[in-house]
Design a protein around this ligand. Structure first.
Ligand SMILES: NC(=O)C1=CN([C@@H]2O[C@H](COP(=O)(O)OP(=O)(O)OC[C@H]3O[C@@H](n4cnc5c(N)ncnc54)[C@H](OP(=O)(O)O)[C@@H]3O)[C@@H](O)[C@H]2O)C=CC1
Ligand SMILES: N[C@@H](CCC(=O)N[C@@H](CSC=O)C(=O)NCC(=O)O)C(=O)O
Ligand SMILES: [Zn+2]
Ligand SMILES: [Zn+2]
Length: 431
């Protein structure tokens, strides 16, 4: 099996590599030449193309397979085929569990199909690449991206969105761009991919447009969270909403996504950041991440008061920006209606179950309130991840603080249980 660490023997065969270091944080061997360039669309230093012993061969490894909706995951050995052209096989070192994994596993996702390998908040090391891959190389530390960035499609070139059309259609069907899967169980049954990532497997295969190399010094057991929750919330505040100094902000739902919106709003100098959550245990966290106020609508409303009227009164007529980070369509309506007449914008981030729809009086929009959505915080994964890693390394973006639980990968089902407890922001699994 591929050794996740570049072996000394392998490295000694590469005369151009003079210094080999052991990264104590990520527990991996690194070399100076693995340090990534800021232009992620082309690897400029191709001097290392380390061959792994497993290159071109199927790998047997541990994975968590979702065989059916609302059933525990089956932790078992699966077979991961080698990457084809424009594909990358990654040794996942760490993956977190996002609320969206639980949503799809529950059966509420119209795109959910089984059996599949879930997981989309993961990081690891490139084990091998298929033909024509020019953007990452063996040994690179990487984050999987559920929002691809090809740089060439109509979406990527528009300058208006981070959504990319290159692989989204096949991604939604749970297959690689050529329409087939790289995962099989030991019975020979094909297993579907998920969100173009499938990080609940020790090895996964992703499209080359769905992966970004990161500074190898960044700890993979923390920056895996940049694969979804932290990036989504922070980006929604600083990119989608583009919160400005002095703006007033309300954030519904104080999970990892909501608290990351809070830290984005704080970074921008928002004058008021109100968190609304049904669990008062989230109050301390909210303040720690930068909230100025916390409201529990189940406890803090007076007779005749609604959450909307309370928020409007707290902010002299309504908020400049509100964010739904719950996935609850009633909350989405409240978030819109708490916006200031004339200009308030409400950003929907939460994912609602199949069949759910939003509604409001059109007059709310006629009078200037704006409803928007945000996927992956509007962040372009390949060209903008380096900036987020720098924000994290410079202490501007909190990431470690979200890791409330860690578990060995085999405890993944217990990790899903953690999500239901108010004391959990993220459980990070370790392979
Ligand atoms: N658009 C995108 O790109 C992305 C969307 N998502 C979605 O964003 C949402 C948030 O994700 P995440 O932070 O991981 O989830 P969490 O479950 O950790 O956070 C949601 C929070 O909202 C609280 N909540 C639930 N109902 C209400 C309510 N009626 N009013 C106020 N608060 C409420 C929950 O409390 P309690 O725990 O007590 O229920 C919890 O604290 C999910 O729907 C997820 O699927 C996630 C990532 C990316
Ligand atoms: N498959 C669902 C929609 C799920 C969804 O909205 N996903 C979010 C990311 S959630 C991450 O944790 C997203 O960014 N969607 C954009 C996309 O292109 O998928 C459905 O069909 O309703
Ligand atoms: Zn997610
Ligand atoms: Zn594209």
């Amino acid at each position: 099996m591929f050794n996740q660490f570049l072996s000394v023997r392998t490295i000694s065969l590469l005369p151009r590599i003079s210094t080999v270091k052991y990264n104590l944080l990520s527990k991996n061997w690194i070399t100076p030449t693995t340090i990534v360039k800021t232009n992620y669309f082309k690897t400029t230093n191709r001097s290392i193309n380390t061959m792994s012993e497993t290159q071109g061969k199927p790998i047997q490894c541990i994975a968590a397979v979702a065989y059916a909706a609302a059933q525990p995951l089956s932790v078992e050995t699966i077979i991961v085929d080698p990457p084809k052209a424009h594909e990358v096989r990654i040794k996942i070192t760490n993956t977190a569990i996002c609320h969206t994994d639980a949503y799809t596993l529950s059966g509420s996702d119209p795109e959910g199909a089984f059996p599949c390998v879930l997981g989309h908040e993961g990081a690891g090391i490139v084990e091998s690449v298929g033909p024509d891959v020019e953007t990452v190389k063996v040994g690179d530390h990487v984050i999987a991206l559920y929002t691809a960035e090809c740089g060439k499609c109509k979406f990527c070139k528009s300058g208006k969105t981070n959504l990319c059309g290159a692989v989204r259609a096949t991604q939604g069907k749970g297959v690689m761009p050529d329409g087939t899967s790289r995962f099989h169980n030991l019975k020979g049954e094909s297993l579907l991919h998920f969100m173009g990532c499938s990080t609940f497997s020790e090895y996964t295969v992703v499209a080359d447009v769905s992966v970004v190399a990161v500074d190898p010094i960044a700890p993979l057991d923390k920056v895996c969270l940049l694969g979804c929750g932290v990036t989504t919330g922070y980006g929604a505040a600083i990119k989608t909403a583009n919160v400005q100094k002095g703006d007033t902000v309300a954030v519904f739902g104080a999970g990892t996504v909501g608290l990351s919106v809070v830290q984005g709003a704080k970074a921008r100098g928002a004058s008021k950041i109100i968190v609304i959550d049904v669990n008062s245990d989230k109050k301390q966290w909210s303040h720690d991440f930068g909230a100025t106020d916390f409201v529990n609508p189940l406890k803090d409303l007076k007779e005749g008061e609604t959450i909307v009227s309370k928020l409007v009164n707290m902010t002299d007529g309504g908020l400049d920006f509100t964010f739904d980070c719950t996935g609850n369509v009633k909350v989405m309506r409240d978030a819109l209606e708490a916006c200031h007449k004339g200009w308030g914008e409400s950003i929907i981030i939460g994912v609602a179950a199949s069949g759910q729809e939003i509604s409001t009086r059109p007059f709310q929009l006629v009078t200037g309130r704006v409803w928007k959505g945000s996927a992956f915080g509007g962040i372009k994964g390949r060209s903008e991840m380096a900036g987020l890693i720098k924000d994290y390394q410079g202490g501007k973006l909190k990431v470690d603080e979200f890791v409330t639980h860690t578990r060995p990968f085999k405890e993944i089902n217990e990790g899903f249980e953690d999500l239901h407890h108010g004391d959990c922001l993220r459980t990070v699994l370790d392979f």
